[in-house]
Design a protein around this ligand. Structure first.
Ligand code: FCB
Length: 513
Protein backbone atom coordinates (compact mmCIF):
# COMPACT_ATOMS: atom_id res chain seq x y z
CA UNK A 1 0.00 0.00 0.00
CA UNK A 2 1.69 2.89 -0.38
CA UNK A 3 2.21 -0.33 1.29
CA UNK A 4 4.23 -0.85 -1.78
CA UNK A 5 5.48 2.67 -2.21
CA UNK A 6 6.86 3.26 1.19
CA UNK A 7 7.88 0.07 2.87
CA UNK A 8 4.96 -1.80 4.42
CA UNK A 9 7.31 -2.77 6.86
CA UNK A 10 6.72 -5.28 9.44
CA UNK A 11 7.84 -2.64 11.78
CA UNK A 12 5.11 -0.22 10.71
CA UNK A 13 2.20 -2.56 10.61
CA UNK A 14 3.37 -5.26 12.87
CA UNK A 15 4.94 -3.39 15.72
CA UNK A 16 2.01 -1.13 16.20
CA UNK A 17 -0.33 -4.07 15.74
CA UNK A 18 1.31 -5.79 18.63
CA UNK A 19 1.18 -2.68 20.75
CA UNK A 20 -2.43 -1.97 19.95
CA UNK A 21 -4.00 -5.33 20.51
CA UNK A 22 -6.02 -6.00 23.63
CA UNK A 23 -4.67 -8.25 26.35
CA UNK A 24 -5.38 -11.90 25.68
CA UNK A 25 -5.33 -11.21 21.99
CA UNK A 26 -2.93 -13.96 21.18
CA UNK A 27 -4.77 -16.77 22.89
CA UNK A 28 -6.79 -17.72 19.83
CA UNK A 29 -5.90 -18.06 16.23
CA UNK A 30 -8.24 -17.82 13.32
CA UNK A 31 -8.50 -15.87 10.15
CA UNK A 32 -11.23 -13.39 9.65
CA UNK A 33 -11.54 -12.50 7.60
CA UNK A 34 15.40 8.37 -11.71
CA UNK A 35 17.37 6.75 -12.92
CA UNK A 36 18.56 8.06 -16.25
CA UNK A 37 19.61 4.57 -17.24
CA UNK A 38 18.96 3.24 -20.70
CA UNK A 39 15.26 2.82 -21.14
CA UNK A 40 15.65 -0.31 -23.16
CA UNK A 41 16.99 -2.14 -20.15
CA UNK A 42 13.65 -1.64 -18.47
CA UNK A 43 12.05 -3.93 -20.91
CA UNK A 44 14.52 -6.72 -21.09
CA UNK A 45 13.53 -10.33 -21.07
CA UNK A 46 12.43 -10.53 -17.45
CA UNK A 47 10.63 -7.18 -17.41
CA UNK A 48 8.33 -7.73 -20.30
CA UNK A 49 7.92 -11.40 -20.85
CA UNK A 50 5.03 -10.96 -23.17
CA UNK A 51 6.28 -7.87 -24.88
CA UNK A 52 5.32 -7.35 -28.53
CA UNK A 53 8.13 -7.41 -31.07
CA UNK A 54 9.47 -3.89 -31.33
CA UNK A 55 8.37 -3.40 -34.91
CA UNK A 56 4.75 -4.30 -34.38
CA UNK A 57 1.65 -2.16 -34.38
CA UNK A 58 -0.96 -2.95 -31.79
CA UNK A 59 -4.56 -1.88 -32.35
CA UNK A 60 -6.75 -1.14 -29.32
CA UNK A 61 -10.43 -2.10 -29.12
CA UNK A 62 -12.98 0.13 -30.80
CA UNK A 63 -14.32 2.88 -28.53
CA UNK A 64 -11.33 2.60 -26.22
CA UNK A 65 -11.02 5.59 -23.92
CA UNK A 66 -7.70 7.44 -23.98
CA UNK A 67 -7.39 9.71 -20.99
CA UNK A 68 -5.41 11.40 -18.32
CA UNK A 69 -6.05 11.57 -14.59
CA UNK A 70 -5.75 14.31 -11.97
CA UNK A 71 -7.07 15.00 -8.47
CA UNK A 72 -8.62 18.14 -7.01
CA UNK A 73 -6.10 18.89 -4.29
CA UNK A 74 -3.18 18.19 -6.60
CA UNK A 75 -4.20 20.71 -9.30
CA UNK A 76 -6.99 23.10 -8.31
CA UNK A 77 -5.41 25.55 -5.89
CA UNK A 78 -7.96 28.19 -4.77
CA UNK A 79 -7.91 26.47 -1.42
CA UNK A 80 -10.22 28.90 0.30
CA UNK A 81 -12.07 30.58 -2.50
CA UNK A 82 -15.78 30.82 -3.16
CA UNK A 83 -16.86 29.27 0.11
CA UNK A 84 -14.65 26.18 -0.01
CA UNK A 85 -14.12 24.59 3.40
CA UNK A 86 -10.81 23.40 4.80
CA UNK A 87 -9.75 19.85 3.91
CA UNK A 88 -7.42 17.54 5.80
CA UNK A 89 -4.82 18.17 3.09
CA UNK A 90 -5.04 21.95 3.63
CA UNK A 91 -4.48 21.42 7.35
CA UNK A 92 -1.77 18.79 6.91
CA UNK A 93 0.27 20.62 4.26
CA UNK A 94 0.25 23.80 6.33
CA UNK A 95 1.82 22.00 9.29
CA UNK A 96 5.60 22.46 9.30
CA UNK A 97 7.70 19.49 8.26
CA UNK A 98 5.01 17.44 6.56
CA UNK A 99 5.71 18.16 2.88
CA UNK A 100 9.03 18.29 1.05
CA UNK A 101 10.31 21.88 0.72
CA UNK A 102 7.31 23.17 2.68
CA UNK A 103 5.15 23.00 -0.45
CA UNK A 104 1.35 23.20 -0.25
CA UNK A 105 -1.53 22.83 -2.68
CA UNK A 106 -2.73 26.38 -1.99
CA UNK A 107 -2.13 27.38 -5.60
CA UNK A 108 -0.95 24.12 -7.23
CA UNK A 109 -1.73 24.35 -10.99
CA UNK A 110 -4.50 26.89 -10.41
CA UNK A 111 -6.85 24.67 -12.38
CA UNK A 112 -9.76 26.21 -10.48
CA UNK A 113 -9.19 29.21 -12.77
CA UNK A 114 -7.29 27.64 -15.64
CA UNK A 115 -9.44 24.61 -16.39
CA UNK A 116 -10.05 25.91 -19.92
CA UNK A 117 -6.30 25.59 -20.56
CA UNK A 118 -6.44 22.03 -19.24
CA UNK A 119 -9.26 21.13 -21.60
CA UNK A 120 -7.46 22.78 -24.51
CA UNK A 121 -4.46 20.56 -23.82
CA UNK A 122 -6.61 17.45 -23.70
CA UNK A 123 -8.10 18.41 -27.04
CA UNK A 124 -4.63 18.90 -28.45
CA UNK A 125 -3.81 15.40 -27.21
CA UNK A 126 -6.93 13.93 -28.90
CA UNK A 127 -8.16 12.52 -25.61
CA UNK A 128 -11.69 11.32 -25.02
CA UNK A 129 -11.74 10.73 -21.26
CA UNK A 130 -10.72 12.90 -18.32
CA UNK A 131 -10.53 11.43 -14.84
CA UNK A 132 -10.68 14.20 -12.25
CA UNK A 133 -11.89 14.39 -8.67
CA UNK A 134 -14.33 16.58 -6.82
CA UNK A 135 -13.20 18.40 -3.72
CA UNK A 136 -15.73 17.39 -1.09
CA UNK A 137 -15.19 20.58 1.00
CA UNK A 138 -15.75 22.71 -2.11
CA UNK A 139 -19.20 21.14 -2.29
CA UNK A 140 -19.98 20.69 1.41
CA UNK A 141 -17.56 23.00 3.26
CA UNK A 142 -17.93 21.18 6.57
CA UNK A 143 -18.87 17.79 5.17
CA UNK A 144 -22.61 17.93 5.83
CA UNK A 145 -25.71 19.76 4.75
CA UNK A 146 -26.70 21.56 1.63
CA UNK A 147 -24.34 22.23 -1.23
CA UNK A 148 -22.18 25.31 -1.70
CA UNK A 149 -23.53 26.49 -5.03
CA UNK A 150 -20.20 28.02 -6.07
CA UNK A 151 -18.55 24.65 -5.76
CA UNK A 152 -21.26 22.88 -7.73
CA UNK A 153 -21.14 25.59 -10.40
CA UNK A 154 -17.41 25.13 -10.85
CA UNK A 155 -17.74 21.41 -11.52
CA UNK A 156 -20.85 21.95 -13.59
CA UNK A 157 -18.99 24.28 -15.94
CA UNK A 158 -16.10 21.87 -16.16
CA UNK A 159 -18.40 18.96 -17.00
CA UNK A 160 -20.27 20.94 -19.66
CA UNK A 161 -17.04 22.07 -21.29
CA UNK A 162 -15.71 18.51 -21.33
CA UNK A 163 -18.88 17.25 -22.97
CA UNK A 164 -18.63 20.03 -25.56
CA UNK A 165 -15.07 18.89 -26.24
CA UNK A 166 -16.31 15.29 -26.61
CA UNK A 167 -14.30 14.22 -23.59
CA UNK A 168 -15.96 11.85 -21.12
CA UNK A 169 -16.08 13.32 -17.61
CA UNK A 170 -14.88 10.42 -15.44
CA UNK A 171 -15.41 11.58 -11.89
CA UNK A 172 -13.74 10.46 -8.66
CA UNK A 173 -15.89 11.36 -5.67
CA UNK A 174 -13.14 11.07 -3.08
CA UNK A 175 -9.45 11.56 -3.82
CA UNK A 176 -8.23 12.04 -0.25
CA UNK A 177 -9.40 15.58 0.69
CA UNK A 178 -11.81 14.91 3.54
CA UNK A 179 -13.47 18.03 5.00
CA UNK A 180 -11.43 18.91 8.11
CA UNK A 181 -14.64 19.21 10.13
CA UNK A 182 -15.29 15.50 9.59
CA UNK A 183 -11.75 14.65 10.64
CA UNK A 184 -12.35 16.70 13.79
CA UNK A 185 -15.36 14.48 14.42
CA UNK A 186 -13.22 11.32 14.18
CA UNK A 187 -12.41 11.00 10.48
CA UNK A 188 -12.49 7.70 8.63
CA UNK A 189 -12.21 5.56 11.78
CA UNK A 190 -15.60 7.00 12.84
CA UNK A 191 -18.55 4.99 11.47
CA UNK A 192 -20.57 8.14 11.03
CA UNK A 193 -18.24 9.25 8.22
CA UNK A 194 -19.70 6.49 6.02
CA UNK A 195 -23.14 8.09 6.28
CA UNK A 196 -21.69 11.55 5.65
CA UNK A 197 -20.04 10.16 2.52
CA UNK A 198 -23.25 8.67 1.15
CA UNK A 199 -25.11 11.96 1.81
CA UNK A 200 -22.39 13.79 -0.12
CA UNK A 201 -22.65 11.29 -2.96
CA UNK A 202 -26.36 11.89 -3.15
CA UNK A 203 -25.89 15.70 -3.30
CA UNK A 204 -23.40 15.31 -6.14
CA UNK A 205 -25.45 12.74 -8.02
CA UNK A 206 -28.41 15.10 -8.01
CA UNK A 207 -26.33 18.07 -9.16
CA UNK A 208 -24.15 16.45 -11.82
CA UNK A 209 -25.66 13.04 -12.52
CA UNK A 210 -27.76 14.29 -15.42
CA UNK A 211 -24.49 14.72 -17.37
CA UNK A 212 -21.92 12.54 -15.62
CA UNK A 213 -22.54 8.83 -16.01
CA UNK A 214 -19.18 7.31 -15.03
CA UNK A 215 -18.05 7.52 -11.42
CA UNK A 216 -15.44 6.26 -9.01
CA UNK A 217 -16.40 6.28 -5.34
CA UNK A 218 -12.84 6.25 -4.00
CA UNK A 219 -9.28 6.67 -5.12
CA UNK A 220 -6.88 4.13 -3.62
CA UNK A 221 -8.60 3.35 -0.35
CA UNK A 222 -5.69 1.29 0.92
CA UNK A 223 -3.25 4.15 0.39
CA UNK A 224 -5.20 6.87 2.12
CA UNK A 225 -6.10 4.70 5.09
CA UNK A 226 -2.59 3.27 5.46
CA UNK A 227 -0.55 6.42 4.78
CA UNK A 228 -3.01 8.67 6.60
CA UNK A 229 -3.88 6.65 9.71
CA UNK A 230 -1.02 4.21 10.26
CA UNK A 231 2.09 5.57 8.62
CA UNK A 232 1.22 9.22 9.21
CA UNK A 233 2.97 10.51 6.10
CA UNK A 234 -0.28 11.65 4.48
CA UNK A 235 -3.19 13.63 5.90
CA UNK A 236 -4.43 13.49 8.57
CA UNK A 237 -1.04 12.25 9.79
CA UNK A 238 -2.09 9.71 12.44
CA UNK A 239 -0.01 6.76 13.51
CA UNK A 240 -2.41 4.30 15.00
CA UNK A 241 -2.95 0.72 14.01
CA UNK A 242 -6.45 0.61 15.44
CA UNK A 243 -7.41 3.79 13.59
CA UNK A 244 -6.06 2.29 10.40
CA UNK A 245 -7.94 -0.99 10.72
CA UNK A 246 -11.15 0.74 11.70
CA UNK A 247 -10.77 3.29 8.91
CA UNK A 248 -10.52 0.47 6.38
CA UNK A 249 -13.79 -0.98 7.60
CA UNK A 250 -15.58 2.39 7.61
CA UNK A 251 -14.36 3.06 4.07
CA UNK A 252 -15.74 -0.32 3.05
CA UNK A 253 -19.07 0.62 4.65
CA UNK A 254 -18.93 3.96 2.84
CA UNK A 255 -18.24 2.20 -0.44
CA UNK A 256 -21.39 0.11 -0.04
CA UNK A 257 -23.52 3.05 1.13
CA UNK A 258 -22.15 5.41 -1.53
CA UNK A 259 -22.79 2.84 -4.24
CA UNK A 260 -26.43 2.49 -3.18
CA UNK A 261 -26.92 6.26 -2.85
CA UNK A 262 -25.59 6.87 -6.35
CA UNK A 263 -27.68 4.11 -7.91
CA UNK A 264 -30.79 5.31 -6.08
CA UNK A 265 -30.37 8.84 -7.42
CA UNK A 266 -29.15 7.81 -10.88
CA UNK A 267 -29.98 4.20 -11.77
CA UNK A 268 -28.10 4.44 -15.09
CA UNK A 269 -24.83 5.47 -13.47
CA UNK A 270 -21.73 3.27 -13.97
CA UNK A 271 -20.01 3.07 -10.60
CA UNK A 272 -16.60 1.73 -9.62
CA UNK A 273 -13.60 2.53 -7.44
CA UNK A 274 -9.99 3.20 -8.47
CA UNK A 275 -8.00 0.63 -6.50
CA UNK A 276 -4.24 0.84 -6.20
CA UNK A 277 -2.86 -2.49 -7.30
CA UNK A 278 0.56 -4.02 -7.53
CA UNK A 279 1.39 -7.50 -8.81
CA UNK A 280 2.75 -9.32 -5.75
CA UNK A 281 5.56 -11.74 -6.55
CA UNK A 282 7.21 -14.18 -4.15
CA UNK A 283 10.92 -13.49 -3.66
CA UNK A 284 11.69 -17.21 -4.19
CA UNK A 285 9.80 -20.36 -5.20
CA UNK A 286 9.42 -21.48 -1.59
CA UNK A 287 5.93 -22.22 -0.32
CA UNK A 288 6.45 -19.75 2.51
CA UNK A 289 7.26 -16.90 0.13
CA UNK A 290 4.33 -17.81 -2.09
CA UNK A 291 2.01 -17.61 0.89
CA UNK A 292 3.57 -14.28 1.85
CA UNK A 293 2.89 -12.98 -1.67
CA UNK A 294 -0.76 -14.00 -1.32
CA UNK A 295 -1.03 -12.15 1.98
CA UNK A 296 0.57 -9.12 0.32
CA UNK A 297 -1.99 -9.39 -2.50
CA UNK A 298 -4.83 -9.58 0.03
CA UNK A 299 -3.89 -6.40 1.86
CA UNK A 300 -2.59 -4.40 -1.12
CA UNK A 301 -4.99 -5.29 -3.90
CA UNK A 302 -8.27 -6.70 -2.67
CA UNK A 303 -8.88 -5.51 0.91
CA UNK A 304 -11.53 -3.13 -0.48
CA UNK A 305 -12.58 -5.24 -3.46
CA UNK A 306 -13.49 -8.56 -1.82
CA UNK A 307 -15.85 -6.88 0.66
CA UNK A 308 -17.56 -5.07 -2.24
CA UNK A 309 -17.90 -8.06 -4.54
CA UNK A 310 -18.08 -10.95 -2.10
CA UNK A 311 -18.98 -9.56 1.29
CA UNK A 312 -15.83 -10.75 3.09
CA UNK A 313 -12.32 -9.71 4.03
CA UNK A 314 -9.46 -11.63 2.42
CA UNK A 315 -7.07 -13.55 4.67
CA UNK A 316 -4.14 -11.19 5.07
CA UNK A 317 -3.49 -11.58 8.80
CA UNK A 318 -3.06 -14.77 10.77
CA UNK A 319 -5.40 -13.33 13.34
CA UNK A 320 -7.70 -10.30 13.30
CA UNK A 321 -10.82 -10.39 15.46
CA UNK A 322 -13.90 -8.59 14.25
CA UNK A 323 -14.04 -6.63 17.46
CA UNK A 324 -10.70 -5.01 16.69
CA UNK A 325 -12.05 -3.74 13.39
CA UNK A 326 -15.42 -2.91 14.98
CA UNK A 327 -17.33 -5.03 12.50
CA UNK A 328 -20.95 -4.96 13.66
CA UNK A 329 -23.54 -7.55 12.88
CA UNK A 330 -24.98 -7.03 9.40
CA UNK A 331 -21.93 -5.05 8.26
CA UNK A 332 -20.69 -7.64 5.80
CA UNK A 333 -23.93 -7.19 3.87
CA UNK A 334 -23.59 -3.41 4.02
CA UNK A 335 -20.11 -3.44 2.53
CA UNK A 336 -21.33 -5.18 -0.60
CA UNK A 337 -21.28 -3.08 -3.76
CA UNK A 338 -21.62 -4.86 -7.10
CA UNK A 339 -19.29 -2.45 -8.90
CA UNK A 340 -19.90 -1.91 -12.62
CA UNK A 341 -16.18 -1.77 -13.26
CA UNK A 342 -12.91 -2.20 -11.43
CA UNK A 343 -10.57 0.77 -11.69
CA UNK A 344 -6.88 -0.18 -11.52
CA UNK A 345 -4.10 2.25 -10.65
CA UNK A 346 -0.84 0.45 -11.26
CA UNK A 347 2.73 1.68 -11.22
CA UNK A 348 4.90 -1.25 -10.24
CA UNK A 349 5.19 -4.66 -8.62
CA UNK A 350 5.79 -5.85 -5.06
CA UNK A 351 8.26 -8.52 -3.98
CA UNK A 352 7.13 -10.45 -0.92
CA UNK A 353 8.96 -12.90 1.32
CA UNK A 354 8.28 -14.69 4.54
CA UNK A 355 10.20 -13.92 7.71
CA UNK A 356 12.12 -16.89 9.16
CA UNK A 357 10.45 -19.14 11.71
CA UNK A 358 12.78 -17.77 14.34
CA UNK A 359 11.68 -14.23 13.61
CA UNK A 360 8.05 -15.22 13.62
CA UNK A 361 8.42 -16.71 17.05
CA UNK A 362 10.52 -13.84 18.35
CA UNK A 363 8.40 -10.97 17.08
CA UNK A 364 4.68 -10.99 17.45
CA UNK A 365 4.29 -8.74 14.44
CA UNK A 366 5.98 -11.30 12.23
CA UNK A 367 3.50 -13.86 13.39
CA UNK A 368 0.43 -11.69 12.83
CA UNK A 369 1.44 -10.45 9.40
CA UNK A 370 4.25 -12.74 8.24
CA UNK A 371 5.22 -10.78 5.18
CA UNK A 372 8.18 -8.65 4.22
CA UNK A 373 7.33 -6.47 1.26
CA UNK A 374 9.73 -4.41 -0.80
CA UNK A 375 8.61 -0.93 -1.50
CA UNK A 376 8.72 0.57 -4.95
CA UNK A 377 9.01 -2.72 -6.82
CA UNK A 378 11.99 -4.97 -7.42
CA UNK A 379 15.58 -4.24 -8.29
CA UNK A 380 15.85 -5.46 -11.88
CA UNK A 381 14.17 -2.67 -13.79
CA UNK A 382 15.38 0.92 -13.85
CA UNK A 383 13.94 3.38 -11.34
CA UNK A 384 12.00 6.53 -12.08
CA UNK A 385 13.03 9.74 -10.33
CA UNK A 386 10.78 8.95 -7.36
CA UNK A 387 12.48 5.56 -7.04
CA UNK A 388 9.76 3.24 -8.34
CA UNK A 389 10.83 0.36 -10.53
CA UNK A 390 9.64 0.35 -14.15
CA UNK A 391 8.10 -3.08 -14.70
CA UNK A 392 5.43 -3.30 -17.45
CA UNK A 393 4.80 -7.00 -16.87
CA UNK A 394 3.16 -6.06 -13.57
CA UNK A 395 0.27 -4.51 -15.47
CA UNK A 396 -0.23 -7.66 -17.54
CA UNK A 397 -0.06 -9.87 -14.46
CA UNK A 398 -2.46 -7.78 -12.41
CA UNK A 399 -5.06 -7.28 -15.12
CA UNK A 400 -5.10 -10.96 -16.05
CA UNK A 401 -5.31 -12.02 -12.41
CA UNK A 402 -8.28 -9.75 -11.71
CA UNK A 403 -9.86 -11.03 -14.92
CA UNK A 404 -9.43 -14.64 -13.73
CA UNK A 405 -10.37 -14.15 -10.10
CA UNK A 406 -13.49 -12.02 -10.60
CA UNK A 407 -15.09 -13.58 -13.64
CA UNK A 408 -13.88 -11.19 -16.33
CA UNK A 409 -15.07 -7.89 -14.92
CA UNK A 410 -15.00 -4.64 -16.86
CA UNK A 411 -11.69 -2.95 -16.08
CA UNK A 412 -10.67 0.68 -16.47
CA UNK A 413 -7.01 1.60 -16.08
CA UNK A 414 -7.52 4.66 -13.95
CA UNK A 415 -3.84 5.55 -13.47
CA UNK A 416 -0.35 4.63 -14.55
CA UNK A 417 2.63 6.89 -14.98
CA UNK A 418 6.14 7.85 -14.01
CA UNK A 419 8.04 10.68 -12.37
CA UNK A 420 10.84 12.05 -14.54
CA UNK A 421 11.91 15.56 -13.82
CA UNK A 422 13.03 16.57 -17.32
CA UNK A 423 12.57 20.28 -17.94
CA UNK A 424 12.65 22.46 -21.05
CA UNK A 425 15.85 22.40 -23.12
CA UNK A 426 17.38 25.49 -24.74
CA UNK A 427 14.65 25.53 -27.36
CA UNK A 428 11.91 25.17 -24.78
CA UNK A 429 11.07 21.56 -25.68
CA UNK A 430 10.65 18.91 -23.00
CA UNK A 431 12.26 15.79 -24.39
CA UNK A 432 11.00 13.21 -21.93
CA UNK A 433 11.72 10.08 -23.93
CA UNK A 434 11.77 7.92 -20.81
CA UNK A 435 8.14 8.82 -20.10
CA UNK A 436 7.11 7.95 -23.64
CA UNK A 437 8.88 4.61 -23.30
CA UNK A 438 7.20 3.95 -19.98
CA UNK A 439 3.70 4.43 -21.34
CA UNK A 440 4.50 2.60 -24.55
CA UNK A 441 5.62 -0.52 -22.77
CA UNK A 442 2.89 -0.47 -20.15
CA UNK A 443 0.38 -0.10 -22.98
CA UNK A 444 1.94 -3.00 -24.84
CA UNK A 445 1.57 -5.13 -21.71
CA UNK A 446 -2.05 -4.00 -21.43
CA UNK A 447 -2.70 -4.88 -25.05
CA UNK A 448 -1.45 -8.41 -24.35
CA UNK A 449 -3.83 -8.71 -21.43
CA UNK A 450 -6.67 -7.62 -23.69
CA UNK A 451 -5.59 -10.13 -26.34
CA UNK A 452 -5.61 -12.78 -23.62
CA UNK A 453 -9.23 -12.01 -22.75
CA UNK A 454 -9.32 -9.08 -20.33
CA UNK A 455 -12.18 -6.62 -20.84
CA UNK A 456 -10.32 -3.31 -20.54
CA UNK A 457 -12.07 -0.13 -21.61
CA UNK A 458 -9.59 2.68 -20.95
CA UNK A 459 -6.11 3.88 -20.05
CA UNK A 460 -5.57 7.07 -18.05
CA UNK A 461 -2.03 8.40 -17.90
CA UNK A 462 -1.10 9.92 -14.57
CA UNK A 463 -1.05 12.79 -15.09
CA UNK A 464 -2.28 15.47 -17.45
CA UNK A 465 0.20 17.94 -16.00
CA UNK A 466 2.92 18.10 -13.35
CA UNK A 467 1.25 18.75 -10.01
CA UNK A 468 1.39 18.57 -6.21
CA UNK A 469 2.63 15.05 -5.46
CA UNK A 470 1.39 14.74 -1.86
CA UNK A 471 4.26 14.46 0.65
CA UNK A 472 6.74 14.94 -2.21
CA UNK A 473 5.32 18.39 -2.96
CA UNK A 474 6.29 19.68 -6.39
CA UNK A 475 9.55 17.73 -6.47
CA UNK A 476 8.19 14.90 -8.65
CA UNK A 477 6.85 15.55 -12.12
CA UNK A 478 4.42 13.00 -13.56
CA UNK A 479 2.76 15.13 -16.26
CA UNK A 480 2.38 14.75 -20.01
CA UNK A 481 2.50 18.54 -19.82
CA UNK A 482 5.16 20.57 -18.05
CA UNK A 483 4.13 23.11 -15.43
CA UNK A 484 6.02 26.27 -14.74
CA UNK A 485 4.72 26.75 -11.21
CA UNK A 486 5.82 30.39 -11.12
CA UNK A 487 3.91 31.50 -14.20
CA UNK A 488 1.36 28.64 -14.28
CA UNK A 489 2.28 28.16 -17.91
CA UNK A 490 1.59 24.71 -19.34
CA UNK A 491 3.69 23.16 -22.12
CA UNK A 492 2.94 19.80 -23.68
CA UNK A 493 5.96 17.51 -23.42
CA UNK A 494 7.21 15.18 -26.16
CA UNK A 495 5.41 12.35 -24.33
CA UNK A 496 2.14 14.27 -24.60
CA UNK A 497 2.63 14.66 -28.35
CA UNK A 498 3.37 10.99 -28.70
CA UNK A 499 0.27 10.10 -26.62
CA UNK A 500 -1.83 12.36 -28.86
CA UNK A 501 -0.84 10.25 -31.85
CA UNK A 502 -1.63 6.98 -30.12
CA UNK A 503 -5.05 8.31 -29.11
CA UNK A 504 -5.80 9.65 -32.58
CA UNK A 505 -4.89 6.35 -34.26
CA UNK A 506 -6.12 4.07 -31.47
CA UNK A 507 -2.90 2.27 -32.25
CA UNK A 508 0.38 1.66 -30.51
CA UNK A 509 3.47 1.63 -32.70
CA UNK A 510 6.43 -0.22 -31.22
CA UNK A 511 9.08 0.75 -33.78
CA UNK A 512 11.65 3.51 -33.33
CA UNK A 513 10.14 6.68 -31.90
C1 FCB B 1 -1.33 7.58 -6.96
C2 FCB B 1 -2.32 8.65 -6.56
C3 FCB B 1 -2.19 9.91 -7.37
C4 FCB B 1 -0.73 10.26 -7.60
C5 FCB B 1 0.01 9.09 -8.18
C6 FCB B 1 1.45 9.37 -8.52
O1 FCB B 1 -1.13 6.74 -5.91
O2 FCB B 1 -3.62 8.17 -6.73
O3 FCB B 1 -2.89 10.93 -6.69
O4 FCB B 1 -0.14 10.69 -6.43
O5 FCB B 1 -0.04 8.02 -7.28
Amino acid sequence: MRLTRRELVRSALGASLAAALPAGFFSACSGSSKAAGAVSSAFGASGAVRQAPLSSEIAFPRNFFWGTATAAYQIEGAWKEDGKGESIWDRFSHAPGTIKNGDTGDAACDSYHRWRDDIAMMRAMNLNSYRFSLSWPRIQPSGTGSANSNGIDYYSRLVDALLDAKIRPFVTLYHWDLPQALEDAGGWPNRDTASRFSDYVEVVARALGDRVTDWMLFNEPSVFTFSGYLEGVHAPGHQSLLDFLRATHVVNLAQGAGFRALKAARPQARVGTAFNMSACEPATDSEADKLAAERAHAITNVWFLEPALQGRYPAAFTYLPETVMRIASGDMEKVRAPLDFIGINLYNRTIASSPSTLKRIAHVQDWLFPVTMTSSGGEQGPKTDIGWEVWPQALYNMVTRITRDYNRPVIEITESGCAYNDGPDASGEIRDTRRTEYHRHYLAALAHAIADGADVRSYHAWSLLDNFEWAEGFSQRFGLAYMDFKTQQRTIKDSGRWYAKVAAENLLRMGPL
